[in-house]
Design a protein around this ligand. Sequence first.
Ligand code: SF4
Length: 697
Amino acid sequence: GPMAAGATVCTTCPYCGTGCGVLATPDVSGGLSVKGDPNHPANLGRLCSKGSALGETVDLDGRLLQPKLHGKDVPWNDALDLVARKFQDAIDRYGPDSVAFYVSGQLLTEDYYVANKLMKGFIGSANIDTNSRLCMASTVAGHKRAFGTDTVPGVYEDLETCDLLVLVGSNLAWCHPVLYQRVAAAKAENPKMRVITVDPRRTATSDLSDLHLALQPGTDVALFNYLLAEIAERGAVDQDFVDSHVEGFDDALQSAMANNPAVTGLFPADLKAFADMWIGTEKVVTVFSQGVNQSSSGSDKVNAILNCHLATGRIGREGMGPFSVTGQPNAMGGREVGGLANMLACHLDIENAEHRHVVQNFWNAPRMPEKAGLKAVDMFRAMSDGKIKALWVMCTNPAVSLPEADAVANAIRDCDFVVVSDLTDQTDTAKLADLVLPATGWGEKDGTVTNSDRTISRQRAVLPAPGLARHDWAIIADVGRRMGYAEAFDYETGAEIFREYAALSGLAADMGRDFDISGLSDISDAEYNAMKPQRWPVTSKGPTGRMFGDGKFFTPSGKGRMLALTHRAPLSQPTAELPFRLNTGRVRDQWHTMTRTGKSARLTQHIAEPFAELHPMDAQRLGVSDADLIQLSNPNGEAILRVLITDRAQAGSIFAPIHWTGQNAPTGRIDRLVTAHVDPVSGQPESKASVTAAERF
Ligand code: SF4
């Protein structure tokens, strides 16, 4: 439960996937003071602007303090009965696939585990997907194709011990600021260290780089295919490693040699400089993030990067390897717990009969879907078509954040029954719901998260739950019990859920899977409460060494798999009517749809309103000056934004931030304009390559 006022609590920042440790101390006025936890391995005491403003975001202004049905207060009992009844009615009439959960990388692992268990094992559908689909799904697909499992091989220290850091589609300075600080400090100490940024846009991160490759949007496969061909051409293949530990080399190389690097739009001299540095430096880490993932060829981009590391044996060793940095605090935990429509718990696969069988037995579950459920974009399309009759949204705001956001909002509004559990009923999505349930938030919640380097940390309660707010896992378990599954959802503490999950991971590990925290399956409540940050795997024999350090992968052959890849252009192409490329992303001091960061005046000072970054030539052509308004429009919708003229943008490209919503800047809701093209393997939307018209407003 909550600590007495005044006691300092070690917890974890709820924003980016860096996963910084935070020391939070309640003050007498009900607020919090925060500082970086010097003992947390992710940040060693550092915090960024967002993390250090956490104390300014915990007031109860706008908080939802009790369940509301169509705007009227309703007791918890009635609310939970209603959810159970509406879901059961839909299942009885239309089958289990007529209901869906849309959840969040902000949920804690315990919440995620219970939601996934209810949907997959007891409702018997795999229609649970998460906003991590917008964030990391292409990496999951790429990892699984190459490694057999969704394993992140690297650890944060590798970002400091490498001699070359390549950042692909990652504005680390704004999106993972503490990792950026660590890199900047390492670079200052190691004069040999070089940084390359690969990004159509020059960003704050490029300021640190020795070489910035402003490639054409969506051409990363062509860039890394070029690199692979050069690796072979220059005799830099690690033949011993490839012979013993890699399959698919010949086909991958053949495709790479048929590649045309000119599509990147980069000068041959820049391409050569890139290859010189990458090939000439053994200790190279290639970090990738949303510029890679949010693409209709996202999973191929991931594999193009992994191909180069596999061909050179630069993986599973200190200071080298491919490294995905995740957007959200618990994107990794959500992946581990099987919170995606195509996964099962503990990195098991839903379409693998043996895996299903083990999980079903373990859960003593009455049913288990045999195929993947609807991924985010498809889930809301099915809702538009009337196929989803009941939807539960937890801790996320799809009416703002999904592509084609207007169509998503309409689908939610028209769905027969929608329940939203969140901190507030003032989000665009909650306003469309029939029923809103007050959930606890950061500072009140208690459980675990996994950051980008597989470190599991505790989030701990430091404030009391306000009003009638309850933990997400407890709300879900209560609904599960009401649907008739009393025994399976008989949880009283988060620790109990964690132990069950850890025990299941031991069975997964017995089947040769990577995710193993079975060493934590019998920890006491007190040990769970005192748990220090630790990187998985944590087996019954304690923590193990570096992932892939022995050259063994989790594929059937035990070899890492290289893939034959061909560049594919983004699915939307500029036309005479829609001549601009629209890129979307984050700003430094806001988080997602601003539910929390929007409360801090200090954070809002950095950038106070939505904007459009425009190249000077385009500004001139459109006849706009700095701070004018510009209207973007395409068949999906329109937006009106403040012009920010900068040569950081490529000519022909416009960048706009994702954070503003219908509640705080109705004309700035940019995901209205994003076309919902997805990667065919991962289902991740192409959020960085839509097309739009632009004119002075
Ligand atoms: Fe929080 Fe990320 Fe900033 Fe760390 S770097 S304080 S996890 S937002």
